[in-house]
Design a protein around this ligand. Structure first.
Ligand SMILES: CCCCCCCCCC/C=C/CC(=O)SCCNC(=O)CCNC(=O)[C@H](O)C(C)(C)COP(=O)(O)OP(=O)(O)OC[C@H]1O[C@@H](n2cnc3c(N)ncnc32)[C@H](O)[C@@H]1OP(=O)(O)O
Length: 371
């Protein structure tokens, strides 16, 4: 190589290295804590790059931290300043790329727990998220979905997450019971179907009564029927400003479930509860919040961002303390809630056999009526 060109190139390399060094110095402040060993390496390379070989007296044996730093610097011997600077830049660049890849959000499909067809269940940041996933059917709850939600709750109660969230995919939170559940009548007849459905309903609601960790509903859109009534068993309910809360049981020839015959009057008083549960009054998110069913309403445009930021912060609280607090708040009611659940399920078992209910369901299924 022509000597003049060689000189030019090495000067450029040195200038670039100085620039890289400065940017590495600012980058290092944004890195996650890389641990003590790496921090010592960085310290030593920095000192070598800026001051040259170690030139200070060795600290005393009891000055542990300064001695470790001194040892690390001294170990670099007579390494040239430029090489130390380059090594520093290389080390920071390696740390940044590994911390970038660990903080990258994996696509939901990669994090999804297997085994669910009607739900997407993910666990991340100490939060288990159970998302109802039939958006084309407004997340109407099929028999399979009832069973999968129970499975997901049981798994979440034992996993290492601190909090559990139920939410919906798409524009609805859930349109409640899938009315086509009424069409799948076994050879044993409708009475048997009503009986097994009442057991399913009781077991489903018991899972919410017994859930041991903080349980949060992220109500992303309108909620109907059982998806509303079980909200009284959640610890926190966050709603989008687009959400509505509708329990049209009389319209459907049915009666309340999800322990709402007890929780709603307790939450909002008997008069407001009756308007919802007997007359099917639909509440806006703001009304549901004013009546205590909803904890907080967020503008729809920022709903997901605000709610998940809040939940990520809550999920870092000590999990055992949260669990015990929930027990202290809820345990004394559990037996009562189970008895109420059983009673509501028995009442519905009869309702499902009534003409009022059959006609309402048929009207929906034959496209004659919607809510
Ligand atoms: C004896 C056997 C008993 C079995 C019982 C099992 C256990 C049950 C225990 C629990 C009991 C719970 C009580 C309740 O939850 S009551 C509430 C029931 N829900 C409803 O009545 C809502 C019915 N849906 C509607 O009124 C409307 O769909 C809507 C929610 C107001 C939305 O209207 P939209 O115009 O915006 O959208 P739409 O075109 O209607 O819906 C899109 C498609 O989704 C289907 N769909 C929506 N909700 C349901 C539903 N709840 N059940 C079944 N299918 C639903 C709708 O039919 C559309 O489908 P498609 O595109 O036409 O194929």
């Amino acid at each position: 190589m022509v000597p003049a060109l060689q000189l030019h190139m090495s000067k450029t390399a040195m200038r670039a290295s100085q620039k890289d060094f400065e940017s590495a110095l600012s980058q290092v402040k944004r890195l996650k804590d890389p641990g003590n060993e790496v921090k010592l390496k960085l310290y030593a390379l920095y000192k070598q790059a800026t001051e040259g070989p170690c030139n200070t007296p060795k600290p005393g044996v009891f000055d542990l931290i300064n001695k470790a730093k001194w040892d690390a610097w001294n170990a670099l011997g007579s390494l040239p300043k430029e090489t130390a600077r380059q090594n520093y830049v290389d080390l920071v660049s390696g740390l940044s790329s590994s911390s970038d890849s660990s903080s990258q959000v994996k696509p939901e499909a990669d994090r999804k727990q297997p085994g669910y067809e009607t739900l997407v269940v993910t666990s991340e940041d100490s939060i288990t998220k159970i998302m109802m996933n039939r958006p084309a059917k407004k997340n109407a709850i099929t028999i399979q979905m009832y069973n999968e939600i129970m499975l997901a709750l049981k798994a979440a109660s034992k996993d290492d997450s601190a909090i559990t969230v139920l939410t919906g995919n798409g524009d609805y939170y859930s349109s409640g019971n899938d009315l086509s559940n009424f069409t799948d009548i076994p050879p044993e007849g409708i009475e048997e179907k009503a009986k097994s459905s009442a057991i399913l309903l009781r077991d489903f609601v018991d899972c919410f009564i017994d859930f041991p960790k903080p349980l949060i509903a992220v109500v992303n859109g309108p909620a109907v029927g059982i998806s509303v009534t079980i909200l009284g068993l959640f610890d926190t309910v966050y709603a989008s400003s687009r959400a509505t809360f509708h329990t049209p049981f009389s319209h459907l020839g049915q009666s309340p479930e999800g322990c709402s015959s007890y929780t709603f009057p307790k939450i909002m008083g008997p008069a407001k509860a009756a308007e919802m549960l007997i007359f099917g009054k639909k509440l806006t998110a703001a009304e549901a919040c004013a009546q205590g069913l909803v904890t907080e309403v967020f503008p729809d445009s920022t709903f997901q961002k605000e709610v998940w930021t809040r939940l990520k912060a809550y999920s870092k609280l000590p999990p055992n303390a949260m669990r015990i607090s929930k027990q202290v708040i809820r345990n004394r009611e559990k037996e009562k809630l189970r008895a109420i659940n059983a009673e509501e399920s028995r009442a519905l078992q009869e309702r499902w056999l009534s003409d009022e209910c059959t006609n309402a369901v048929m009207n929906f299924l034959t496209r004659k009526a919607k809510l």
